[in-house]
Design a protein around this ligand. Sequence first.
Ligand SMILES: [Zn+2]
Length: 436
Amino acid sequence: MRISAKNASQPLLLANIGVLLTLRSSHPGPRRGAVLQELNILQDAAVFCLGGKIVSVGKTKDALRDPWIKKNHHKITEIDCTGKVVLPGFVDAHTHPAFVVPRLLDFEKRTAGATYEEIAEAGGGIRSSVQAVREADKKLLNGKILKALWAMSAQGTTTVEAKSGYGLSLDSEIMSLEAIHDAAANWPGTVVPTLLGAHVVPMEYKKNPQKYVDLVCKQMVPLAAKRKLAKFVDVFCDKGAFTAEDTERIFEAATAHGLAVRAHVCQLTETVLGPLLRFHPLSFDHMDHVNEDDIPQLAKRNTVATLVPGANYFLGLEKYPPARKLIDAGIPVAIATDYNPGSSPTSSMPLVLSLACTHMKMSPAESIAAATINGAWSLGLAERKGSIEPGKDADLAIFDVKDYREIPYWFGNDHCEATVLNGIIMMTTENSPARI
Ligand SMILES: [Zn+2]
């Protein structure tokens, strides 16, 4: 892979686009119900970007007639997208990149039949990643995160939500957020940092989990907010992690310090969601076991259900999140990788789109909207990200396929040819289509 243009202010024209998925919509709010299918497709299209923003979207012949483009043609980087699909860069709204080593022992144990809970009980799971992060220096962690971000953008992702959560002490959680911040500064895409101090109760607080909740509320949240190291506070609210009462306390602290909230819920059991709604979470993530009574309430709100089927795949589960039921009930649905060392070590959004279609019965069009505009809504970034419209950030993915349905169809294959991140072009193949 290589970066072709270092300067985001450089004018950029994507021309002769075979199929352009703009994802424009006149419906306000996150896409729900039948609107999730609407990709708003243009053919023979062009997208012109300047200063890291999209300036115009339309037909190639109109773009080539534009007086400014005609006059400045020699200054413009042009990418010929004949026979290709261009769509908004993926918004991966749920990742855990702040870890050091893969969890190969857990993986092997699972092949021998151990469950997620059994592995956690035996000292594996999230806790086993903690020691390596506590011992790591920030530079090492920063390098691991940056490598993951490049791998993501090579597969079409331009915006990434990145959580801490493998430090589980004040120093290590803050160091993890700093490492996310440093990696983000060296990657041309957009990173949204999240404090996940409440990932699991660390071993030294096992006998007194309330003391750990105190630490999260009274020290981690205030310091992360004061140093502007996080936009969101996340809590793993489920069996074996944190209770609804703990989550409410942590959300109260987050709100008091001006941070937005999101939560891991309903992965292992039915989390009671009602009491959490007063905090206006932008996202409830996982949602494998949703209580029927919560569905009508959620359908009236803009809280996005961010589904992460990579975890179900990697844990070898038969059941997947009930995407069809949620979409048909009118709940906005996003999909994300859940990139993490224990349950979903993939940086590939195209693979997640494929899982959404094959195991959750989402249509290819729904999977694309869930991976772009609804991901942007779940991060509070829909004004800037997730669709190709004038004024939005120049975040684009170019796929070397003729039909957008090929993106989830060719599972495990990478057809992303180039990514544009805030106006900067990243080529992922050697036969570069750019003419600079
Ligand atoms: Zn997660």
